[in-house]
Design a protein around this ligand. Structure first.
Ligand SMILES: [Zn+2]
Ligand SMILES: [Zn+2]
Length: 54
């Protein structure tokens, strides 16, 4: 029974002990839409997502 899985990344299988750790991982490895908060696969996808979805 996993007890240390607190903040899991929605875009990959990693998980973190703190929301700050997760946020840093998302910012560096992926990208987060400032409009709807969706986590993209990589930072370059944020511009495409923003233009196409919003
Ligand atoms: Zn991730
Ligand atoms: Zn969005």
């Amino acid at each position: 029974m996993p007890t240390t899985r607190h903040f899991a990344c929605k875009s990959c299988d990693l998980d973190f002990d703190t929301p700050a750790g997760l946020g840093q991982h998302v910012a560096i490895t992926h990208g987060e839409c400032a409009v709807c908060g969706e986590i993209l696969e990589d930072p370059e996808s944020v511009d495409d997502h923003t233009q196409q979805v919003h």
